[in-house]
Design a protein around this ligand. Structure first.
Ligand SMILES: NC(=O)C1=CN([C@@H]2O[C@H](COP(=O)(O)OP(=O)(O)OC[C@H]3O[C@@H](n4cnc5c(N)ncnc54)[C@H](OP(=O)(O)O)[C@@H]3O)[C@@H](O)[C@H]2O)C=CC1
Ligand SMILES: CC(=O)N[C@@H](CCC(=O)OP(=O)(O)O)C(=O)O
Length: 345
């Protein structure tokens, strides 16, 4: 058994990691940390895990933690993760970082949107953890920067089209809606029940920190720098992201040609489901699973191709994708521990 630990395991992505890892046949979850719950049972923070996870939260300093596992999931807030990760690596551990600290290739871009980077020497070796794009690199990686939730939904929807050069690389609009768990478990006014329930609003228009992450990866696929218009919305639901992606075709195309491009690009990708023609993606159909459901419609009148993608932000957008990356890094079957049927209805 490979020993794994979760640093910052008392939040929503921590809960989701525990849910997946306790049933994973190849790993032994040895430690879960939290400052607030230090010394208390995991089931105290998460009653849903009573009888399922018997661990107690710990909060040793990073030097004591290093060596406690072979692979660490770091589920700390951005800016905090990069303070802990170097010592975990130095002690011989592998790391999947769920924060944004190791998602960027260019330190300047990170520093423009976040803050000064305190471990820039690791940026060159960190691999962007989107398995459909970087499967082979992830297998060899010691440090994986797990993608953001919105970027996962947007990049997966656009990658085949940009790679094939079917759409204009400039002028793409990503209109995304997220459930409130995307904001984490920490208390904040904007995610209180009465602030979220029975309302639907956009936020951080033209200034969301996921924009440069999307541009980094979409630009690589297109083969040239690009800018994207990204508008996130908060919807009154717990989990899920629905991304509606507006693109402009490079030239006339038939529906079958578009379908062939998606099928070819995602051949052998176990967590991508291309919807049949009658179906459009729905967050309810992917809830609790690592699937990304994709569909597209050609608007012949405007020449636009509209792609829709649905993921669960906590599973495919964070912890499920992190476990997928771990499977690749440790040589396990890709889908191990992730063969979860979406919660129904
Ligand atoms: N929620 C989502 O849908 C997604 C989240 N992510 C990213 O994953 C990471 C975790 O997210 P999420 O679980 O939602 O966040 P939460 O706020 O729910 O949990 C954060 C965790 O980090 C610990 N923590 C908070 N502040 C500090 C600190 N200063 N030093 C040490 N530990 C700290 C908390 O425990 P304690 O305070 O007890 O120590 C808790 O265990 C974040 O970087 C987030 O941006 C990525 C994709 C999607
Ligand atoms: C609904 C909501 O507030 N979502 C969060 C994004 C989710 C997230 O956790 O960001 P990372 O994926 O980069 O970690 C936000 O907009 O900041």
């Amino acid at each position: 058994m490979v020993r794994v630990a979760i640093i910052g395991g008392s939040g929503y992505t921590g809960l989701e990691l525990i849910r997946l890892l306790v049933r994973h046949p190849g790993v032994d979850l040895t430690a879960v940390t939290s400052r607030e719950y230090n010394g208390k049972p995991v089931s105290l923070a998460f009653p849903a895990l009573a009888g399922v996870c018997h661990l107690t939260f710990s909060w040793p300093d990073p030097d004591r933690l290093a060596g406690a596992a072979d692979l660490f999931f770091v589920a700390l807030p951005h800016k905090t993760a990069m303070a802990v990760i170097p010592s975990l690596l130095e002690a011989g551990g592998k790391v999947v970082d769920l924060s944004a600290d190791f998602r960027f290739r260019d330190r300047k871009v990170y520093e423009e949107w976040y803050q000064e980077h305190t471990a820039p020497e690791l940026l060159a070796e960190a691999v962007y953890g989107l398995p459909e794009l970087y499967r082979e690199e992830i297998k060899r990686a010691r440090l994986v920067g797990n993608p953001g939730c919105y970027p996962t939904s947007v990049i997966l929807g656009l990658a085949p089209l940009l790679h094939a050069g079917l759409i204009e690389s400039q002028g793409i609009i990503a209109d995304c809606k997220s459930g409130a768990s995307g904001a984490g478990r920490g208390v904040s006014l904007s995610t209180l029940y009465c602030e979220v329930n029975e309302g639907f609003r956009a936020y951080k228009i033209a200034e969301h920190r996921h924009t440069p992450e999307m541009e980094q990866e979409l630009g690589r696929l297109a083969g040239l720098p690009l800018k994207i218009t990204f508008t996130p919305h908060l919807v009154p639901m717990n989990r899920g992201i629905l991304a509606t992606l507006y693109t402009v075709l490079q030239g006339p195309l038939e529906e079958q040609e578009i379908a062939a491009v998606f099928e070819q690009f995602y051949r052998g990708a176990p967590f991508i489901r291309l919807c049949p023609p009658e179906i459009l993606p729905n967050t309810a159909a992917v809830r609790g699973s690592n699937y990304c459901d994709l569909a597209w419609r050609l608007d012949q009148r405007t020449g636009r191709l509209i792609v829709v993608s649905a993921i669960d932000n906590l599973t495919r957008g964070a912890s499920g994708q992190a476990v997928h990356n771990m499977n690749l890094m440790l040589g396990f079957p890709e889908t191990q521990g992730l063969e979860v049927v979406p919660f129904l209805p």
